[in-house]
Design a protein around this ligand. Structure first.
Ligand SMILES: *[C@@H]1O[C@H](CO)[C@@H](O)[C@H](O)[C@H]1NC(C)=O
Ligand SMILES: *[C@@H]1O[C@H](CO)[C@@H](O)[C@H](O)[C@H]1NC(C)=O
Ligand SMILES: *[C@@H]1O[C@H](CO)[C@@H](O)[C@H](O)[C@H]1NC(C)=O
Length: 331
């Protein structure tokens, strides 16, 4: 995965783009902290009914899907659990990216993840795996069929589950990986014609994976918005009557990789982009922060995201957030 993505965008380029560190939106009083001091990219997380926190990360440390646990969200332990010990028929054994887990009403957990499509190597589908029991540690057993492929559009990656508090209905967000079929340059999508990498919203049934109608596009890569070659890594929450869609812009190897958010009054959008980073390189000693997941539960909103903490190593950072009135800041 690393080598492949680095081919799109040599790390040396990232080091030559110096950028000033502008003030974060709002006035941050708090700061992110290093939560998982190990390669744990694209973190997602949930709080189980017993109050414990569980985080899931992209393949690394010899695991397809990594799991970390915490009693308080502050201190995390990386486990040696392999959450996805078996493969679906559609996928190869590599590239298990950006897992995201939700709990169903029957107590089981559903993991969404990206895997490489056997039918078109180097392109990916979003797969679904269901926990064998009511433990969030898994193991997760993959469904035979992926949730979304769209290989002619570049494939589907970066899934994130969402349950709309307004009516309890379930959705899966993901990114159409347009840059994987781009025309070279920055993250393989820097040369014209520059392709879209839309964030999609797919309604699903209560089981978490049966499709309910078609996916719709809710956010686009726009050059004038400063998105660079792509938008990706969606994470959606509903707070105070408003939907907040978090996402990353630019290539993940670029110092311009960041976390941003867009807001909407209704789930279908339109989502209005802030066009500014919630967090970016240079702030809090972070390098290329992104791939974030936001949780808006009873204990207050919080985020996990990754940033480089060594060459080709992305550690996971945590922060508590204040979300309201269309704005987000660290507290
Ligand atoms: C993390 O590891 C420490 C040291 O082994 C242990 O005391 C603690 O209970 C662990 N936390 C969790 C949530 O497993
Ligand atoms: C973001 O940029 C676009 C394009 O320049 C602009 O139309 C939009 O108003 C901007 N949004 C904000 C909130 O600044
Ligand atoms: C800043 O980050 C670098 C790279 O991750 C790390 O080596 C260094 O110790 C950090 N400095 C501080 C003050 O945290």
């Amino acid at each position: 995965m690393w080598l492949r993505k680095l081919l799109y965008y040599p790390l040396s380029i990232a080091l030559t783009i110096a950028s000033p560190a502008p003030v974060v939106r709002g006035q941050p009083g708090g700061a992110p902290w290093l939560a998982i001091d190990s390669n744990f990219p694209d973190p997602s997380f949930l709080q189980a009914p017993d109050g414990r926190w569980y985080a899931f990360g992209t393949n690394g440390n010899n695991r397809r899907v990594q799991v970390a646990v915490s009693l308080d969200f502050h201190t995390w332990n990386l486990t040696d659990i392999e959450a996805l010990p078996t493969l679906a028929p559609w996928e190869t054994a590599i590239d298990h990216w950006a897992p995201d887990v939700i709990q169903r009403d029957d107590g089981r957990y559903v993991m969404y993840y990206s895997g490489e499509a056997r039918s078109r190597l180097r392109h990916h589908c979003v797969g679904v795996a269901i926990s064998a029991s009511t433990s969030p540690l898994g193991p997760y057993i993959p469904n035979d069929e992926p949730l979304s492929c769209r290989l002619n559009d570049g494939g589907s990656i970066d899934p994130a589950g969402f349950r709309d508090p307004a009516d309890g209905s379930r959705y899966v967000l993901f990114k159409l990986d347009g840059n994987s079929v781009g025309n070279g340059g920055d993250c393989n999508n820097g040369n014209p014609p520059i392709l879209d990498t839309p964030i999609m919203l797919q309604p699903v049934e209560e089981d978490g994976f049966t499709l309910r109608g078609d996916a719709v596009e809710i956010l686009h890569r726009v050059t004038e918005d400063g998105d660079g070659p792509l938008v990706e890594a969606p994470s959606l929450v509903f707070v105070g009557g408003m939907y907040y869609l978090f996402y990353s812009t630019h290539c993940y190897t670029d110092v311009l990789y960041d976390v941003r958010f867009a807001t909407a009054d209704s789930l279908g959008g339109p989502f209005e982009k802030g066009n500014e980073s919630l967090v970016r390189t240079g702030e809090f000693n972070l390098t290329s922060p992104g791939g974030g997941t936001v949780w808006a539960g009873d204990e207050g909103p919080r985020i996990l995201f990754h940033g480089f903490c060594g060459e080709e190593v992305r550690c996971t950072y945590a922060a508590e957030l204040e979300i309201g009135d269309g704005d987000v800041r660290f507290v």
